[in-house]
Design a protein around this ligand. Structure first.
Ligand code: ADP
Length: 331
């Protein structure tokens, strides 16, 4: 629900299909990942083989689903999309695996959230293209081996470290997706604006990019909100002034911090002299749950170097004071 949240909401899902790059050349940034993936896919194609299993790690909204679709397109293969939480029982996975076509790409989002029995079935499927389907219960249960056509598993997860090593080891290729640089986000926004037929100026695009938290999904979402504002309150052109005014309405500041982010930092600075202060106390001060502060607000603040988690509690860094135009203590 946050405008700067990185998980897709309903509107994102509806428009993202139209904004997805269709091949590796169109995919912006992530140079290393693109180069490595290009080699893996070209070599597989030259051998007439199915591509190795690929693990993509990185935060939501960085392009993992998009890349999996590109892998399928580059291999001229169909793709099936599912997720770890959707696979509760090994039988759910067996049903998917046994219906795959030869060479098909299976995209498994949030692969770390699969159930344990399904995970064990996946080991064998990835390695030997075989599953044992258990028929019957208790003493009468028997395992019926089932051959699978070769397929390419593309697994996605926030961090590769969340996967048990035996699963991680079965991927031929692991790619780590980084947050995007502002100039890369400018290219993402420029491209999306063209597809959505929104007129922009370079300064308007740069203003949105700087507030997008390194994440293409957020960049595309902010662009849509700025476009709305430009249509209703101006002549439709996304300039720096329009972007700034629109995002002021949504309380997303020049660095991509929203109201919650700023409330956390301001409480730290104004109520606790910059800390250190415990998480519970900080959460009470901003009127939020501990989890909301720790899991929703803090990761980005830590990444931006505005907040530090220390053994004695949370502290606001000098950069945080400066963000509010304040002089850090001791300066
Ligand atoms: P994830 O699966 O990692 O959550 P997605 O692949 O769904 O992320 O990407 C979210 C949105 O961001 C999509 O609309 C996609 O078009 C856009 N996007 C992601 N990465 C790129 C990129 N490198 N170039 C252009 N657009 C991108």
């Amino acid at each position: 629900e946050r405008l700067v949240g990185s998980v897709a909401d309903g509107e994102d899902q509806a428009v993202e299909a139209a904004l997805r790059p269709k091949d590796l050349d169109e995919f912006i940034g992530q140079e290393k990942v693109r180069e490595q993936l290009d080699l893996v896919l070209r070599a597989a194609r030259a051998r007439g083989a199915t591509a190795d299993h690929v693990l993509l790690s990185g935060a939501p909204g960085l392009g993992k689903t998009t890349l999996s679709m590109i892998i399928a397109a580059e291999m001229e293969a169909p793709i099936r999309i599912t997720s770890g939480p959707a696979i509760q029982h090994a039988g759910d996975l067996a049903a998917i695996l046994s219906s795959l076509q030869e060479g098909e790409v299976l995209f498994l989002d949030e692969i770390h959230r699969m159930s344990r029995p399904a995970e064990e079935m996946l080991y064998m499927a990835m390695e030997d293209f075989r599953v044992d389907v258990i028929v019957g219960k208790g003493l009468g249960a028997t395992a019926i081996p089932l051959e699978l056509p070769p397929f390419t598993l593309v697994g996605a997860t926030v961090r590769a470290g969340l996967l048990p090593p035996p699963l991680r080891d079965r991927f031929g290729f692991t790619a780590h997706m980084e947050f995007y640089e502002p100039t890369e986000l400018e290219r993402v926004i420029h491209r999306s604006a063209r597809l959505l037929e929104v007129e922009t100026t370079p300064e308007g695009v740069a203003e949105i990019a700087g507030r997008s938290r390194g994440t293409p999904r957020i960049a595309n979402r902010l662009l849509r909100r700025v476009r709305d504002y430009a249509q209703v309150r101006a002549d439709g052109v996304v300039t720096r002034e329009i972007a700034t005014a629109a995002l002021a309405v949504y309380e997303v500041d020049g660095r991509g911090l929203d109201r919650l982010d700023r409330a956390v930092l301001e409480a730290l600075i104004k109520l606790f002299g910059g800390g250190p202060v415990g998480l519970s106390t900080l959460a009470v001060a901003v009127g939020e749950e501990r989890e909301t502060v720790a899991e929703v607000a803090e990761p980005f603040l830590v990444r931006e170097g505005l907040l530090a988690r220390t053994l004695r509690g949370r502290i606001a860094t000098p950069a945080a004071w400066e963000h509010f135009g304040l002089v850090p203590p001791g300066r």
